[in-house]
Design a protein around this ligand. Structure first.
Ligand code: PLP
Length: 447
């Protein structure tokens, strides 16, 4: 890993931090108490004040191979010096085709085409559009309804927030897609608290899909979208048998099943994708984040055999799918993705995640008797630590824990009163001990 020198120190004040309207951030709190990162290498960030911060969250679930990898930096530099940009509308460059071939080869029975995007949100909107258009071109244009799930997070596009199940999105932005319905989420502490791995209770909740199909009529439903493991809304694990049942019901009624693997893709569970981990194949799979190790924005939607072909009945010079981004298959992103996939392969990082998952599980569950902990859950190299909310002040306790961890040199992520952990897959056992040790110490002192 290369350790770049720190930039000259600045005195950051709320005034010179003002212009950046920060995303998903308590802007005023941040600007009064800034947490600025200057560089990163391997498992650590270095803050502008020169402190080492252990990355317990792989950035935002994306830096699976660890930070500032030389191989990716070189590949990006080479690519910009060789072919900085080229369109992929009616034109192409070899590296994008090579990347698509390489990606579909990761799960060859499951998928045979990929559509490139620039983010998870764009991957989701792309997958929803493919689903709608797929039915229409096959003469089933009445299938316009999309089914999501409560507490689903599918990014911030209008498609994604419509199928997503987060009330703040509904409150502020409504749902621009008409005819969306939702399954219940599967999270239940009464039944499943402190589960290790997949919870046992809850597969029957998939049968709600059958009820929605009966309510709306199968001929109106295009697709169901779920995260196999929901990350952003607090690490919600699928009960044993749940995803299988969704698959069966979708098959029965000709509904496309979309897995949103923006978080679970590229090794997080110790397999290439969650679909491999659970042995359940979706029709479309959305990815981003770990595809380029978080270095260059990129996403990819994978399509199972038959979907692309369904579009190919149009006259040969017609554009078959009226969709795409200026930066779809951007050569620099492709170069970063190739180098990232090289690292995953050369270092066996998916297998590494798998081999560490037992140690991870034990370490996480050692927190059981600490103050405020009402649930611990884990799968692969993901964990959720749910804290009891302070009456009348939801989110306050977890945010306090987040700040205290940061002070002690650990980056965690919180959502509501849940801590979500997802370290880079290069994590060592000593880092796991440090993550869990710091959280234990902080929980003893937390409000
Ligand atoms: N889908 C899922 C499951 C995600 O977790 C995320 C981001 O965390 C997204 C979509 C959105 O990705 P992006 O922020 O790259 O648009």
């Amino acid at each position: 890993f290369t350790q770049t020198p720190l930039p000259e120190s600045h005195s950051w004040t709320p005034e010179n931090l003002e212009a950046f309207w920060m995303p998903f951030t308590a802007n005023r709190q941040f600007k009064n108490q800034p947490r600025l990162l200057a560089s990163a290498a391997g498992m650590h960030y270095t803050s502008v004040d020169g402190r080492q911060i252990l990355d317990g969250t792989a950035g935002l679930w994306c830096v699976n191979a660890g930070h500032s990898r030389e191989k990716i930096a070189q590949a990006v530099y080479q690519q910009i010096s060789t072919l900085d940009y080229s369109p992929t509308f009616q034109m192409g460059h070899p590296i994008a085709f090579e990347l698509a071939n390489r990606l579909v080869a990761m799960l060859p029975q499951a998928f045979d085409h990929v559509f490139f995007t620039n983010s998870g949100s764009e991957s989701v909107d792309t997958a929803l559009k493919i689903a709608l258009a797929y039915h229409r071109i096959r003469g089933e244009g009445t299938r316009t309804r999309l089914i999501g799930r409560e507490r689903g997070y599918h990014g911030v596009g209008f498609g994604g927030i419509s199928v997503g199940g987060i009330s703040a999105n509904r409150k502020f932005f409504g749902s621009l897609i008409p005819g969306v319905d939702h399954l219940s989420h599967t999270h239940n502490l009464e039944k499943n608290a402190f589960s290790q791995g997949q919870p046992q209770w809850g597969a029957h909740l998939a049968d709600e899909l059958e009820r929605l199909v009966m309510l709306h009529d199968p001929s109106t439903i295009a697709a169901v979208i779920v995260e196999p493991v929901a990350g952003s809304t607090g690490v919600l694990l699928p009960p044993v048998g749940y995803l299988e049942r969704l698959r069966q019901i979708c098959d029965r009624y000709g509904i496309l099943l979309i897995f949103d693997e923006v978080i679970t893709g590229f090794g997080r569970l110790g397999t290439s994708f969650a679909t491999e981990y659970f042995g359940v194949m979706p029709d479309l799979m959305t990815t981003a984040k770990g595809l380029t190790n978080g270095t260059v924005p990129m996403g990819a939607v994978f399509a199972r055999p038959g979907i692309y072909q369904a579009f190919m009945d149009a006259p040969e010079n017609a554009i078959e799918f009226f969709h795409g981004y200026t930066y779809s298959g951007h050569p620099v992103a492709c170069a970063a993705a190739h180098a990232t996939l090289d690292i995953y392969e050369e270092e066996g990082l998916f297998e590494r995640a798998k081999s560490l998952s037992g140690y991870w599980e034990e370490a996480i569950h050692s927190l059981r008797d600490l103050p405020h902990v009402i649930d611990l859950r884990n799968l692969g190299l993901v964990a959720g630590i749910e804290l009891e909310s302070i009456a009348g002040k939801p989110t306050a306790r977890a945010f306090d824990v987040f700040l205290r961890c940061y002070e002690r040199g650990l980056l965690i992520r919180t959502t509501g009163d849940i801590i979500a952990l997802s370290p880079p897959l290069i994590v060592e056992k000593s880092h796991i001990d440090q993550i869990v040790g710091t959280i234990a110490e902080v929980l003893q002192a937390a409000i």
